[in-house]
Design a protein around this ligand. Structure first.
Ligand code: HEC
Length: 155
């Protein structure tokens, strides 16, 4: 009886010590900019793979997801260090996203590729401005998602 009470107290002490060591165990998880960027990267890849395969339905979906995510980042991370991330997302990425939207609507591959490259330049210009010029985004050479088909559906 006594021994188990002591064991319980010791266990509690460890839990208390562990949570005060991190100091934030009760905080809800909130992703940082880099976690958001990993998702941005995924949508950027999938957008290319879909558009390049003329799978306009999927490309449209990926573009919507990317746009929503960027808007979410602008809201949640308006500033990163001294970089006005929120404003830069609006100014740099929304115009090329509009162009991609138009290319997808027009089912125009050449316009899609050109607008996609503009978006990629916007990614990189922000990385430069944020002192992260070593993070260089490019057109994906291959699919990093072997379990997903990017070909248009046969109807
Ligand atoms: C408004 C500025 C801004 C824009 C626009 C932006 N990024 Fe970023 N990105 C950053 C910053 C700042 C970091 C570094 C964050 C850190 O170090 O915590 C980053 C980091 C990254 C990383 C590094 C994650 C890793 O661990 O490899 C990737 C990948 C990335 N961005 C992809 C993209 C892609 C793709 C786009 C365009 C669709 C994009 N970013 C647009 C600001 C931006």
């Amino acid at each position: 009886m006594r021994n188990s009470a002591i064991a319980l107290m010791a266990g509690l002490a460890i839990v208390v010590a562990a949570s005060s060591a991190t100091g934030q165990s009760a905080q809800p998880y909130s992703p940082g900019l880099v976690e958001f960027m990993m998702s941005v990267q995924t949508h950027h890849v999938k957008l290319w793979l879909a558009g390049n395969a003329r799978n306009w339905e999927l490309a449209d979906y990926q573009l919507d997801e990317l746009k929503e995510l960027l808007e979410e980042i602008a809201k949640r991370v308006p500033k990163y260090r001294d970089v006005p991330v929120g404003q830069m997302i609006e100014a740099a990425t929304m115009p090329p996203i509009g162009k991609i939207e138009a290319a997808i609507k027009a089912r125009d591959s050449a316009k899609f590729v050109a607008a996609f490259d503009r978006l990629t330049e916007a990614c990189n210009s922000c990385h430069e401005a944020a002192n992260r010029g070593f993070i260089v985004i490019q057109r994906p050479a291959t699919s990093s998602f072997p379990n997903q088909s990017f070909a248009p559906r046969r109807k």
